[in-house]
Design a protein around this ligand. Structure first.
Ligand SMILES: *Cc1c(COP(=O)(O)O)cnc(C)c1O
Length: 430
């Protein structure tokens, strides 16, 4: 068996392969730790499925109104049990993460209320949802105001600023766990717990919502274990395990989730409607796979960080830091660097490997964005993908990998393309 030969066959040179193996030697302990967290979470998911008596009947399709949909109601109980919340809304009718967050915010904020982000600027697509960038149907248009407290220069919370920002109008606090398209650190569940305790000590009635995108199953605990009233995410990221073809979730208190269901469908109907159209097997099996898929993605992220750090690039998190999400930022310093990196990720894909990603003006984003993804589910970023807005510091955000070996191939291929484009000095691989 000659694994290197197989890598050569798909276009990885001896130098790049050998460099990768050298980097990997130093990562065995990190990988063991990731496997242990994954094992814990796998057992947690199975436990939630057993407790709720998941059976073949849960996989049946429903149509029309979807009344008495056993698959849908059981799945929502599985999510609620797994994330230790009173209730959950897990639906294919939630079209993406932004939609899930929009539902959670607009259901729980009324005219005259104020939304507070104590962690700086939110994810790009939320700017129009909130009305930071004016938009039709934004929260601002409905009379919900917004306040933001930026992180301090060292990436920590501005406790004094947060205390001052909370006022009689403040109703909901939004905390984004993952860095998104920024180069700030992502937050650990423990840090989020500290922040929630702090804001609730100032105003106990505050609703704390965590944008949990890319964070699920990275640690043994979720933000809902440390006081979050709602955690929100996308099923084409971590919890869908690569199998969910669409969807989003909101897990939290009964009061918050019921409002979300009324907002998503209609007042009075709430969670009682919403046919599953035959999608349930993918939702259940994807959730079952999610802890091991997240482990693969984490290994890929750490491998990428160590490869590019060794080559002298600024990477966030660093090669040795603890992980709180599956995102790895690599600052490539130029548009050409971003294009070569993304070309490599694309060339390593099982689907659409022959296309070359180009920057484009994507809806909901302010700058041009480049995206590399050869995914089974369109736009799925739990599958190996890389993207980023074309703006300084020209950081590419790398994430996903349904299997560790695919993530590894993608990273080696990105390096190969950087070398081929003359952007990396070959002597650095020695
Ligand atoms: C992906 C993401 C979103 C938005 O999700 P979409 O599914 O792309 O709409 C929101 N917040 C964070 C932190 C994300 O990573």
């Amino acid at each position: 068996m000659n694994t290197e030969h197989m890598y050569n066959t798909v276009g990885i040179s001896h130098e790049v392969y050998a460099f990768g193996e050298k980097i990997l030697e130093g990562l065995r302990d990190r990988f063991d730790t990731i496997d242990r967290v994954s094992e814990y979470n796998q057992t947690k998911v199975i436990d939630a499925m057993q407790k709720n008596r998941v059976s073949a009947a849960c996989f049946a399709a429903t149509t029309g109104y979807g009344y008495d949909d056993v698959g849908r109601t059981t799945l929502e109980k599985v999510y609620a049990d797994c994330f230790h919340t009173e209730a959950a809304l897990v639906r294919p009718q939630i079209t993406c993460g932004t939609h899930a967050l929009t539902v959670a915010l607009s259901a729980n904020l009324l005219p005259g209320d104020e939304l507070l982000s104590p962690v700086g600027r939110p994810y790009d697509t939320l700017e129009e949802v909130i009305g930071i960038r004016p938009s039709t149907c934004s929260l601002a248009e409905y009379g919900v105001s917004y306040r933001q407290v930026d992180l301090l220069d060292d990436g920590t919370f501005d406790w004094d600023g947060i205390r001052t920002a909370i006022n009689e109008k403040t109703k909901l606090v939004t905390i984004q766990r993952s860095k998104g398209y920024q180069t700030r650190p992502s937050f650990s569940v423990a840090q989020i717990g500290e922040l929630i305790a702090f804001v609730k000590s100032i105003k106990p009635s505050l609703i704390c919502m965590v944008d949990n995108c890319y964070g699920e199953f990275v640690e043994e605990e979720e933000p809902s274990d440390v006081g979050a009233d709602m955690i929100v995410g996308s099923l084409i990221k971590n919890p869908g395990g690569g199998l969910a073809p669409i969807g989003g979730y909101i897990c939290g208190t009964e009061a918050c989730v019921t409002r979300c269901a009324y907002r998503l469908s209609a007042p009075g109907l709430g969670q009682e409607v919403g046919a599953n159209l035959g999608i349930m097997p993918a939702f259940y099996q994807g959730f079952f796979f999610a802890p091991t898929v997240v482990a693969s993605a984490l290994k890929g992220a750490i491998f990428a960080a160590n490869i590019y750090e060794r080559l002298g690039y600024h990477v966030i998190p660093t090669g040795s830091e603890d992980r709180h999400d599956i995102i790895q930022a690599v600052e490539l310093g130029s548009r050409e660097g971003m294009m070569a990196f993304c070309a490599g990720i694309q060339a390593a894909a099982p689907v659409d490997s022959y296309v070359r990603p180009e920057p484009w003006a994507m809806p909901g984003y302010d700058d041009e964005v480049i995206m590399a993804a050869g995914a089974f589910v369109q736009g799925s970023s739990i599958e190996l993908s890389a993207d980023g807005p074309i703006r300084p510091p020209y950081a590419v955000y790398f994430q996903g990998g349904l299997t560790w070996y695919h993530a590894k191939l993608g990273i080696l291929m990105s390096l190969q393309k950087m070398l081929d484009a003359g952007l990396v000095d070959p002597s650095k691989l020695q």
